[in-house]
Write a protein that binds this ligand. Structure first.
Ligand code: TXA
Ligand code: MG
Length: 317
């Protein structure tokens, strides 16, 4: 059975009803596809963990379409509201102190006293959330530890019929997950580099932000495992063209002449981020190769998020 649907008003309405009734809907966002459920339906939320085979200690992000939900949900202050005004809807997730003590959301929060919230910049996601009338919790719509989905077909390949409906909004514009910032502390800590660059954040706040993985003492997002986003073949990163082995599929970046795929021939990091997960999926299908090699990626702008993902994808257990 094909469960991919065009996001017509009728289908979005049907999807919203399914959310209200405890079903699972995969939907497009600006970053990657999400696997959504009603945050207040613990059984539905448990269904997400089951479908993804995700451990229960790993909390989920709540997706909202109106700022009012943020105030009900979390302790907000002028810093959080200012950031929301500037960057929402968009690729930025806040971790805030949890205010809503409804026990049905304990599972979504993995029992933590904080909660992660974002407002996605995608008309289908926003319409779905509004029509559902509740925040939608959604991890990326892929099996745990594997490459995140940036098209409806990726979701279908990864989760099949474990999802009631997959709303097809085409390829995701940004292609890597949101930047997650911890706003429970005086200094802003980036828990996960993502679709909003550190530079843009700092330009707006006028303050230096810190990367959680640079400091072993700062708490990290519990789901940030060393091995993650893994394709089905060994992956080597920071590989120069002359060092690619004959049995490796080469994903280039910038000016390289012999790449099988190039994330961005002009060296544009936004284009590279948008291509990253789809290219990893394409590469892993080439079973005539024994591995994947990727060019060095500059460590600025969206390069931070790209390097974070490929570092984890290349991690050997
Ligand atoms: O772009 C995105 O953020 C996508 C789309 C679908 O919105 N979602 C996504 O969700 O990437 P997921 O579940 O794959 O990653 C969520 C991350 C996990 O690493 C989790 O540990 C962290 O957010 N997280 C959630 N709640 C948290 C909390 N209260 N404190 C710290 N980290 C939290
Ligand atoms: Mg994920």
């Amino acid at each position: 059975m094909d469960n991919i649907y065009l996001p017509t008003p009728e289908n979005i309405k049907q999807a919203a009803l399914t959310i209200q009734n405890g079903g699972l809907i995969a939907f497009p966002t600006d970053t990657v596809y999400g696997l959504g459920a009603n945050v207040y339906n613990a059984a539905a939320v448990a269904g997400i963990f089951k479908a993804k085979e995700r451990p229960l200690f790993d909390p989920l992000i709540s997706h909202i379409a109106e700022i009012d939900f943020l105030r009900e949900y979390a302790e907000t202050d002028s810093r959080a509201l200012g950031l929301a005004q500037r960057f929402w809807p968009g690729p930025l997730t806040f971790v805030l102190r949890r205010k809503d003590q409804n026990p049905s959301i304990d599972l979504a929060c993995a029992g933590l006293s904080s909660i992660a919230v974002r407002m996605p910049n995608h008309p289908v996601a926003l319409e779905l959330i509004k029509k559902s009338g509740v925040p939608i919790v959604a991890p990326s719509a892929n099996r745990f530890k594997t490459v995140s989905p940036t098209t409806a077909q990726h979701v279908r390949d990864s989760l099949g019929n474990k999802v009631d409906m997959i709303l097809d909004g085409g390829a995701c514009r940004i292609g890597v997950e949101t930047t997650i910032i911890d706003l429970t502390t005086p200094r802003i800590v980036i828990l996960r580099a993502g679709g909003l660059s550190k530079e843009e954040l700092e330009d707006f706040t006028g303050e230096k932000t810190y990367l959680a993985h640079d400091n072993p003492d700062t708490p990290k997002a519990p789901g940030q495992l060393l091995k993650h986003y893994a394709p089905r073949m060994p992956l080597r990163i920071n590989v120069r063209e002359e060092d690619v082995r004959p049995d490796e599929f080469f994903i280039g970046f910038g000016k390289v002449s012999h790449a099988q795929l190039n994330l961005s021939p002009n060296g544009d990091l936004c284009e590279a981020a948008a291509n990253l997960f789809a290219f990893l999926r394409k590469a892993e299908k080439h079973t005539e190769y024994n591995g994947i090699a990727i060019s060095p990626i500059p460590e600025n702008g969206l390069g931070l998020a790209i390097n974070d993902r490929i570092r984890r994808a290349s991690y050997k257990e």
